[in-house]
Design a protein around this ligand. Structure first.
Ligand code: FAD
Length: 412
């Protein structure tokens, strides 16, 4: 059966070309390294960091994707990216997770990077030419990658509780502090590092946090460990130490003291993308549930003929459909330049929570088989569970929505 949604038509050619590239170029690499990739002791070292061989395989995929024109699909045209609008990004993201499910990390992490924290991030547009120009080609081609270092042990939801300080020295600053949960820091060549430059403004919660662009090879930037997460030996999320890291005024991203505004703008982009990821993941799970319901027999009939299983399938499909419609509408608002802070928070909360419920029910439909990882459902369940925390927790999304409503933004 074909993709028959009205809104898919605009981007279907891009999606078809992307899928064809993945099948021809990436799937063979997965197959070649299947045994290696199936053992997480090969993927993560003792410190929870990704091993050199795993990183090399990812780099190979990134560079192939860049050559084929997909790696920078989400990047701005002025950076020579594909300039896909939000409405296109959500469809690509949904299609990738619908087709490939949760465990194909080479596809999900290396074919197209996160639309904000890595690759041709829009934050690069805020850099001085002399800083960006010598690095741009390597970023565009996937040779070098980026990370986004905002969160800290005491500052996740409450970003104004940051402790990392940039102390003035000569014409620049010296940064000291610790960052936590930073995705890709162990492999990145460059980092967006957020530090306090005006403690009084931070105390007043009006600003005072500056974003600096640093090379991770600079003295004073070090990655301590990967963080084991949800039953895994490690993860891409890391702990980073900043020790007397020297930065100059030229390294400021955007304006001094305005780092959080930049961060929040980008995180909104991440929220929408993550919502589409959850819609795709839930559809992948639903497909498996339908197929199993049509084949597994109990009490002399397929389980799909039991009303309770039918009700579950109908409920799952309805939840996915409503979330998908909300993601598509919100992306259209973003593309039209309309404010969509409340809407982006609503869809991030709704889609990430929906994916968790759907994976849980699909596992239940599979009985004991659902608890094994025979079909990737258990991995999907763990993946869906993690989605409710990064880029703002479910509680923070509710807080944002309520604040907007109480301030008079009741438009729906
Ligand atoms: C896999 C992963 C990848 C990540 N990648 C990055 C990255 O690349 N870069 C980066 O900078 N950060 C990253 N993060 C950090 C992420 O943004 C934070 O974990 C998140 O913002 C939550 O912060 P916290 O963990 O400190 O929880 P806390 O902020 O301590 O929250 C604890 C609990 O209290 C609730 N809570 C907090 N404040 C309120 C409130 N006002 N009202 C109601 N409830 C509240 C929260 O919802 C949560 O349930 C990542 C996290 C994960 C898990």
């Amino acid at each position: 059966m074909s993709e028959n949604t009205i809104e898919a038509s605009d981007y279907q050619e891009i999606i078809d070309a992307l899928m064809s590239f993945i099948e021809k170029a990436v799937v063979p690499i997965e197959q070649e390294h299947a045994e290696f990739l199936s053992d997480e002791y090969n993927v993560f070292d003792k410190r929870g960091l990704m091993t050199q061989k795993y990183r090399d395989i990812n780099r190979q995929v990134r560079e192939l994707s860049a050559e084929a024109g997909f790696y920078s699909l989400y990047g701005a045209e002025s950076l020579d990216g594909g300039d896909l609008p939000a409405s296109g990004i959500i469809q690509v993201q949904e299609a990738l997770h619908h087709k490939y499910g949760p465990e194909r990390t080479l596809i999900h992490e290396s074919v197209i990077p996160s639309p904000f924290t890595n690759g041709l991030s829009p934050l690069l547009l805020k850099l001085k030419d002399e800083v960006l120009a010598p690095r741009l080609e390597d970023i565009r081609s996937g040779k070098s990658t980026l990370c986004f270092a905002l969160s800290e042990p005491d500052a996740g939801s409450d970003v104004f509780n940051l402790k990392t300080k940039a102390t003035p020295e000569g014409d620049g600053w010296v940064i000291n502090g610790q960052k936590q949960w930073i995705s890709n820091a162990a492999h990145a060549s460059h980092a967006f590092v957020f530090a306090i430059t005006d403690p009084e403004a931070v105390k007043a919660r009006t600003g005072g946090i500056t974003c600096f662009f640093v090379d991770t090879s600079d003295e004073g930037f070090s990655v301590d460990a990967g963080i084991p997460m949800m039953g895994k030996r490690g993860s891409n999320a890391t702990i980073v130490s900043l020790t007397n890291l020297k930065v100059t005024r030229d390294q400021i991203v955007g304006e001094e003291g305005q780092g959080l505004n930049l961060a929040m703008g980008g995180i909104s982009r991440g929220r929408l993308t993550m919502s589409a990821t959850c819609v795709g993941l839930a559809r992948w799970a639903l497909d498996q549930a339908v197929s199993y319901a049509n084949t597994r027999k109990t009490f002399g009939k397929t389980i799909g003929q039991h009303q309770m299983i039918q009700a579950k399938l109908a409920e799952i499909a309805t939840q996915i459909y409503l979330c998908k419609a909300a993601v598509v509408r919100t992306a259209a608002m973003v593309d039209a330049g309309l404010p969509a802070v409340k809407e982006t928070s609503m869809v991030k909360m709704a889609c990430t929570e929906m994916a968790g419920r759907v994976l849980d029910e699909v596992m239940q439909i599979h009985g004991g088989l659902g608890l094994t990882n025979e079909m990737g459902l258990e991995a999907g369940y763990r993946f869906a569970r993690t989605m409710r925390v990064p880029d703002g927790t479910s509680e923070i999304q509710r807080r944002t929505v309520a604040k907007r409503l109480l301030a008079g933004d009741t438009q729906l």
